[in-house]
Design a protein around this ligand. Structure first.
Ligand SMILES: [Zn+2]
Length: 385
């Protein structure tokens, strides 16, 4: 997934409450954007004052992140037919709402932004080109791609508002000509009483509040170690598939072992890593005791294979927070993890509308409803010639 930072759901909840209350938040990007940040707010609660504030502190290139269905409904074609790549391909043709004059004033852009977010708008409501830049987000939002546009759109939707998030990069006062990042973003947020939220926080909140897998198959599975019930799961947000091997009855105290796929060890019996031996040992123990669950995790993307991992791929590439979320949802489905249940994200509107300015979310250590034993592909060995 390319998102290595571990997120804080509580910080995302604070941001969702702020967005629901019509306030902007400071969204901090990932390392790939050098920690730059955006002012983000829900498109449908925009005001001319909010656009004025945004333009004063940002690049002024105000974008509105929208799902593909909205871009189709509003006739927002790609900005350039040859645009490729996730970032450049996301840019849609710029627009102004009809009747907004020059289209560039804060009042005009606020009207355009609000119209882009309104489910009642139609393609003929806009003139092209204009002064507001629509961005088409990837399916699944931040769970499909952990990008700034996806996070902006998700925050609006999590706030129980139409899926449309305005965003614009904050510029540096310390280093004229550059984007603000790091401590300057924190200082900016403190000065203006804004919640700071990272893309990884939005990912973490959605992983906690929305199921990450669905059960697709179940069968009895005799093995050399004994009988298991094999239950297959498909990831809802990517192409990954996982397996639970269940011995005996399931209850909240049943021992759990999490094994992350290692093709070379598990299947080819390579001796370069202990993966196969660990898997054999735990399956034997669980089968003998007729008690235990092995969760076999196969993250999407590069096949997990200790002996094949390229030296330049650091162990940190394993998305541990994603694996943990997947395991919790599988255990919840099996009835082995009562702590993992869908949680509502947005507070009831009456509560969410209260002022959330200046709120600083305490971020406790990542909760671990139960201890599980985890084995996963080992760090890459030095390349051999
Ligand atoms: Zn291995």
């Amino acid at each position: 997934m390319g998102l290595l930072r571990s997120g804080c759901p509580e910080r995302a909840r604070a941001a969702v409450e702020a967005v629901a209350a019509g306030r902007p938040v400071v969204l901090v990007g990932d390392a790939g954007r050098a920690g730059a940040g955006d002012i983000v707010f829900a498109a449908t609660v925009v005001t001319p004052a909010l656009v004025g504030f945004t333009v004063r502190h940002t690049s002024g290139f105000v974008c509105v992140a929208l799902p593909a269905e909205a871009c189709d409904r509003l006739g927002l074609d790609a900005m350039h037919p040859d645009a490729d790549g996730l970032d450049r391909g996301a840019f849609r043709v710029t627009v102004d709402l009809n009747g907004t004059g020059t289209g560039i004033s804060a009042a005009a852009r606020a009207a355009t932004i609000a119209a882009l977010g309104s489910p009642a708008s139609v393609a003929s409501d806009f003139t092209r080109p204009g002064h507001v830049v629509p961005l088409q987000v990837q399916p699944g939002g931040v769970l499909g791609r952990p990008g700034r546009a996806e996070a902006a759109c998700d925050l609006a939707q999590l706030a129980d508002l139409p899926a449309a998030g305005a965003l614009c990069e904050i510029v540096s006062q310390d280093r004229p000509g550059e984007l603000a990042c790091g401590a300057e973003l924190e200082r900016f947020a403190a000065e203006h009483d804004l919640v700071v939220v990272h893309i990884a926080d939005v990912v973490a909140l959605r992983r906690r509040s929305e199921p990450q897998v669905r059960r697709v198959v179940q069968t009895a599975l005799p093995t050399v170690h004994g009988r298991f019930t094999a239950i297959g799961y498909a990831s809802i947000w990517d192409a990954a598939e996982h397996l639970a091997l269940v011995a005996g009855p399931v209850d909240p105290a049943v021992p759990v072992h999490v094994h992350v796929e290692c093709l070379t060890g598990d299947v080819l019996r390579a001796t370069a890593c202990p993966c196969r031996r660990e898997l054999d040992d735990v399956m034997r123990r669980f089968a003998e005791a007729s008690r235990g669950i092995v969760v076999y995790v196969r993250p999407a993307g590069l096949a997990g294979a200790c002996a094949l991992r390229r030296a330049e791929i650091d162990r940190a590439e394993v998305d541990r927070a994603g694996v943990a979320a997947t395991v919790q949802w599988i255990l919840a489905d099996l009835g082995a993890a009562p702590a993992a249940r869908p949680e509502p994200v947005s507070a009831p509107r009456t509560r969410a509308r209260r002022s959330t300015s200046g709120r600083r979310a305490a971020c406790p250590p990542a909760s671990s409803p139960r201890a599980v034993r985890v084995s996963s592909p080992a760090p890459p060995a030095a390349p051999r010639r």
